[in-house]
Write a protein that binds this ligand. Structure first.
Ligand code: ADP
Ligand code: MG
Length: 475
């Protein structure tokens, strides 16, 4: 049972399937060729012999018919021929009685072979027989004719063993060749199967490892075929999965951290009120105000997280509406004005034309608010925030320019990452979560737009938001 199971498993492997299929094919082909070749060689040899003996038979029959010699002369003649063609020759009369036998055995006896009967009727016959003790034998009979009259027949009996021996010799050589063919085919098919099976095995191994949680797998396959493409696709997939998994872990870590920070602050504040004796009411108020601001912060983070979830869902559907971007911006700047006024920041909005495009109003508003709000947040008191709207290369461009603190060059690649903040301490005081730009970028990209930033520390920052004007909103 175990052996059968073992064989079954081995046979099921693609390697053995390929090798055995090739071997089976080559063996079948060789067998067919064998049958064909051995048959044709045998028929060819035997026919050659038949033709030869028939012509010899005719010559002898002629001589017998035309030379009226006595029986002894005939014996000598037959023996001569018999030696020459290495066959037994007999002369039979019309009644089937042997007149002369080169082997001197059957003289005077009657033989009834079908071939002789036929030759006594005037036909020449050549037929193969399987004789007990002698093996394959060819019987050739030729009528002895004089003046259109049959007087008897020449009977030649010749062993075919040598012919068959020759055929077997050739077939033995063929067998050697066939074995060589099978060995070579086996070898080549094994290499071929190896070439096919190894990448598949490597891929399976990679998938198994991924299954165990090791997501970053690289399968190396040499060559340039479908399997190489498959391996490349697998590698890309595993890298992507690994990255997504990393991001997910990082995100969960960040979220927990961000949520815990205000909670710890609240716990600390409330505990100090609980355990402190005779706390003045003023301190109570102050601490409770701090607690309320931490609650606000928590709320802000949760709102942003919900927005992110919403975007992930929204990847499937955007609620497009044809909108005047200039009016949308006007409204938005108006709502942000109080914050700017508080910081004594002057805000300007300049547009050269009215631009109308299809977009998800609520989402775009959120994206632009984040960026403009950042400009106000990261610009010191007395600064300027300017917003421009214009067309460029078939896109509506919203340019948000401030003369604030700027972003260091090394931080620029990370500002769109979730929870990334250049200055964490300062950002806390400004109430940042590090989620704003990540949300904005995703919304803009959902609209097939792009966002670009140019910034210099101490001088200011400019964000460019490009939204395609000819977007097919119904697709
Ligand atoms: N206009 C800007 N000027 C200077 N720094 C900016 C500006 N906009 C964004 N940043 C930097 O990029 C970081 C990420 O921005 P954002 O995702 O909106 O997070 P935050 O909640 O901190 O505003 C900010 O913390 C800030 O350091
Ligand atoms: Mg922000």
């Amino acid at each position: 049972m175990v052996i059968i199971l073992g064989l079954r498993i081995k046979f099921v492997s693609i390697r053995w399937k390929l090798v055995s299929t090739y071997l089976l094919l080559i063996i079948l082909t060789l067998l067919l060729i064998h049958t064909f070749i051995s048959e044709s060689i045998r028929i060819n040899y035997v026919n050659e012999k038949k033709v030869h003996l028939l012509s010899q038979g005719n010559i002898i029959a002629d001589r017998v018919a035309n030379h009226n010699k006595n029986s002894n002369d005939m014996d000598a003649l037959l023996k001569g021929y018999s030696k020459e063609i290495k066959s037994r020759i007999m002369i039979v009369n019309k009644k089937g009685i042997v007149l002369n036998d080169a082997y001197d055995v059957l003289k005077g006896m009657k033989i009834n072979h079908w071939e002789i009967q036929e030759s006594l009727k005037g036909k020449s016959i050549a037929r193969e027989h399987q004789l007990k003790g002698y093996g394959k034998t060819l019987y050739v009979t030729v009528p002895i004719v004089l003046n259109n009259k049959v007087y008897g027949a020449i009977f030649i009996s010749s062993s075919l063993e040598k012919v068959y021996g020759n055929v077997n010799k050739i077939m033995r050589n063929y067998l050697l060749l066939a074995i060589l063919c099978i060995v070579i085919t086996g070898f080549i098919s094994f290499i071929f199967a190896h070439v096919i099976a190894t990448p598949i095995e490597k891929l399976t191994e990679g998938i198994k490892k991924m299954h165990q949680g090791k997501l970053e797998q690289k399968v190396e396959i040499i060559g340039n075929d479908e399997l190489t493409n498959l391996a490349q696709a697998f590698n890309t997939m595993s890298t992507k999965l690994f990255q997504v998994d990393q991001q997910r872990k990082e995100f969960v870590g960040n979220v927990s951290h961000e949520l815990r920070t205000p909670l710890s602050a609240m716990k600390l504040l409330s505990e100090s009120l609980i355990y402190e004796e005779n706390v003045p009411i003023k301190t109570y108020r102050e601490f409770l105000k701090d607690i309320a601001s931490e609650v606000d912060r928590l709320d802000k983070i949760i709102q942003s997280l919900l927005a992110l979830v919403d975007i992930d869902k929204g990847k499937l559907e955007l609620n497009y509406e044809v909108t005047y971007v200039n009016y949308l911006l006007e409204k938005l700047i108006h709502s942000l004005k109080p914050i700017a006024v508080q910081k004594k920041i002057s805000m300007n909005f300049v547009y050269s034309e009215k631009i109308q495009i299809g977009l998800d109003r609520v989402k775009i508003q959120q994206a632009l608010t984040n960026i403009i709000h950042n400009a106000i947040k990261y610009t010191p008191e007395g600064g300027i925030v300017e917003v421009f709207l214009y067309s460029e290369n078939g896109a509506a461009v919203v340019e948000i320019k401030d003369n604030g603190i700027g972003i260091p060059k090394e931080s620029l690649p990370y500002i769109y990452e979730r929870f990334y903040r250049v200055d964490k301490a300062r950002s806390r005081s400004t109430g940042g979560t590090g989620l704003g730009l990540s949300i904005s970028k995703q919304i803009i990209e959902l609209h097939q737009g792009e966002v670009e930033v140019i910034s210099e520390v101490g001088k200011g920052t400019t964000f460019y938001v490009r939204l395609p004007k000819n977007m097919n909103v119904y697709s």
